[in-house]
Write a protein that binds this ligand. Structure first.
Ligand code: MSP
Length: 644
């Protein structure tokens, strides 16, 4: 890795496209980055945390045109939404870069020019299959489909052939240097499994990369050749330089570049692990330490994304719970490298059990006892006995593990450790029963020691929870009579027995609401309904509706489709014949309970092959949280009757 004399810690998120509104997936990356940034600050490091928006390119041009807006107007609107979400999620970024900012555009042009002068960029003709949706030429090994087209392997959409004059970047010239760099820096791509993926891709050979377009107007013009605009990925990746001051804030740039960690979703790993280091090598910048490709949040086992229409609006949770429970859930539920399936049931369960029960109750109970038995402060604390010492010693061992986990970005493991300790504090109180000791006037000192010990333990766990749940941790810290903001307390100076004698403990208010799943789903349905009302309703005419052959079907056979979790193959009698239909209802209904049931079906839906089975129609069901609920007809409704 190139030498550098930098002094600060630099962390980035991807810059998000503005043709989409922010969803849980974007929130996830940004929450991880914020947590790491807060953690590093507790260690006393100077941190620069960059996020922002990727605003150029064809997709944004198209999305704006569809809304009758100029691209920059659309970008301004969406930037507003991202910024307010980041505020509501308590994201403390240090700079928000927009690729339409002159400071960025100028920086990109300068680097482009430098690479032209060096001969790493040259002009030529490119002909290839191009995916408009991903703004990317398809790899050449993608096969032709039967209809003569190619399908984009990333998004599954049809690609078209594009032939244009463009500038190329000499990616091929860097293959061996890049492989050497990976070898010398095995931690460059994390987790390690992703590194293997990248290395084998590069070993297959790198071709020169077309990095300009003449078909896209909404982009940064090539210096002295403004018919060409710079390809969005070349434009976007350089945000990591311009956002930290390249060419406009030299002092900051010197202090923070190269980045310590580019946090990204695994969808954009190749751009970051292959193109980006090569662009930097060519322009002679030191290379970043780590590109961390995290997993995806899925809904029903598929990636949440706008094109699939399955994204989750973070406000469904934020409006009821605030930021911390969402931050906690996303970070606790899965290790950063793996995928996770998002369900509201899972969320409510975690929040009620970990936050409301284990942590919230502990704080509430302990502080209430300090109020009731000690008038809210500790005077005359008894000697430390073995039990008390154990609680303190457990913390002394634990803190190193927590720090190590945070350091290696295993935030879920750090949280697990914290919860082990929360359980120990709960156990400590259960064993020592301060509520019983309080009845005996001669045991005042012992009582005060127990409550002091528990309060000290709560204080240190609040501290370690701060990166993940900054608001609740700060509140708990203040309940304990600590006046300063947590971020002013350096980790190196944190002591277990940090509570001053006589420090006044406040009466706590509940930190985490307990919400039942039923109530939450009611709330969620209401919120969804009101946001959908704002969207334009698409009408069908009666004639269009009449084309649908809706009937009462009777299930005469039902069996699971092998190798799937949810699919059930049904034989449905529709009055005139029996049809095979495949339905994704196996997670809710068993084949046995479906037998003999009558339900609404569409009989004239074009057949489709699902997992090798031809489905000749479709059953109708309501969808709640991705799960089916079927409204069955009474037994005496005749099979095959029309549904109108
Ligand atoms: N603009 C490019 C990135 C350029 S960075 C130089 C882009 N933008 S994006 O808006 O599509 O955001 C992609 C990022 O959003 C992913 O890499 C990931 O960080 C986050 N996520 C989007 N959907 C996600 C999930 N379903 N799950 C987790 N994170 C995902 O690509």
């Amino acid at each position: 890795m190139a030498e550098n004399s930098k002094k600060g810690f630099y962390i980035t998120t991807p810059i998000y496209y503005v043709n989409d509104v922010p969803h849980i997936g974007h929130a996830y990356t940004t929450i991880i980055a914020d947590t790491i940034s807060r953690f590093k600050k507790l260690l006393g490091e100077e941190v620069f945390f960059l996020t922002g928006t990727d605003e150029h390119g064809q997709k944004v041009e198209k999305a704006a045109a569809e809304k009758g807006l100029e691209p920059i107007e659309l970008a301004d609107q969406v930037v507003g939404r991202f910024k307010s979400l980041w505020q509501d999620l308590n994201i403390g970024y240090d700079f928000f870069i927009r690729t339409t900012q002159p400071l960025h555009e100028k920086g990109v042009q300068k680097i482009f020019q430098k690479l032209m002068d060096k001969g790493d960029i040259y002009k030529g003709i490119y002909k290839g299959w191009y995916c408009v949706s991903d703004e990317n030429f398809l790899p050449e090994d993608v096969p032709l489909e039967e209809d003569g087209y190619k399908i984009c392997p990333d998004c599954g959409k049809k690609a078209g052939v594009v032939s244009e004059e463009c500038y190329f970047f000499k990616l091929s010239a860097y293959q061996s240097r890049l492989l050497r760099f990976y070898e010398e820096n095995p931690d460059f791509v994390r987790p390690p499994s992703r590194m293997n993926e990248v290395v084998s891709f590069v070993r297959q050979g790198l071709k020169d990369l077309s990095i300009t377009r003449t078909t896209v107007k909404w982009g940064i013009p090539v210096p002295d050749d403004s018919d060409h605009t710079i390809y969005v990925w070349f434009d976007a990746l350089h945000n990591y330089l311009t956002g930290v001051g390249y060419d406009w804030n030299q002092a900051r740039f010197q202090k923070f570049w190269p980045a310590d960690i580019h946090l990204i979703g695994k969808d954009i790993l190749r751009f970051h692990a292959i193109f980006w280091p090569v662009f930097l090598m060519a322009a002679e910048f030191p290379l970043p330490r780590t590109v961390f490709g995290h997993g995806w949040w899925l809904r029903d086992e598929t990636k949440m994304s706008k094109s699939k229409g399955n994204v989750l609006d973070p406000y469904l949770i934020l409006n009821t719970f605030g930021a911390d429970p969402l931050r906690y859930f996303l970070l606790r539920e899965i290790p950063i490298g793996l995928d996770g399936n998002f369900s509201h049931e899972g969320f409510i369960h975690r929040v009620n059990s970990d936050l409301a029960n284990d942590l919230g109750n502990l704080i509430q109970r302990t502080l209430t006892m300090i109020q009731n038995y000690c008038k809210g402060k500790f005077e005359e604390i008894g000697e430390e006995e073995e039990e008390d010492e154990n609680l303190r010693l457990e913390y002394e061992k634990l803190k190193k593990r927590i720090i190590d986990y945070y350091e290696e970005y295993s935030i879920n493991r750090a949280l697990e450790e914290i919860w082990i300790y929360i359980n120990s504090i709960n156990r400590y109180l259960a064993v020592n029963e301060p509520w019983k000791i309080a009845k005996d006037k001669t045991k005042r000192k012992r009582l005060t020691r127990i409550l002091f010990q528990a309060a000290s333990a709560i204080r240190v766990i609040s501290y370690f929870l701060y990166p993940v749940m900054p608001e609740s941790a700060q509140k708990a810290w203040n309940f304990l009579g600590e006046e300063r903001p947590i971020q002013k307390q350096l980790y190196q100076e944190l002591k277990f027995e940090g509570l001053r004698p006589g420090q006044k403990i406040k009466t706590p208010s509940p930190l985490f609401p307990r919400v039942s799943l039923k109530d939450f789903l009611k709330e969620e349905t209401l919120q969804k309904a009101s946001s959908q009302k704002e969207e334009k309703m698409e009408y069908v005419t009666f004639d269009e509706f009449k084309k649908m052959d809706l009937r009462v079907g009777e299930i005469v056979e039902a069996e699971k489709v092998e190798g799937t979790e949810k699919l059930i193959k049904l034989k449905v009698d529709i009055g005139t014949e029996k049809r095979t239909m495949v339905a994704g209802i196996g997670d809710v209904y068993s084949p046995q309970e479906l037998m003999g049931k009558k339900l609404p079906v569409i009989a004239n839906l074009k057949p489709a092959v699902i997992r090798g089975v031809e489905s000749q129609g479709m059953i109708l069901a309501a969808e709640v949280e991705g799960k089916a609920t079927i409204s069955f007809f009474d037994k005496d409704v005749p099979t095959g009757a029309r549904v109108r």
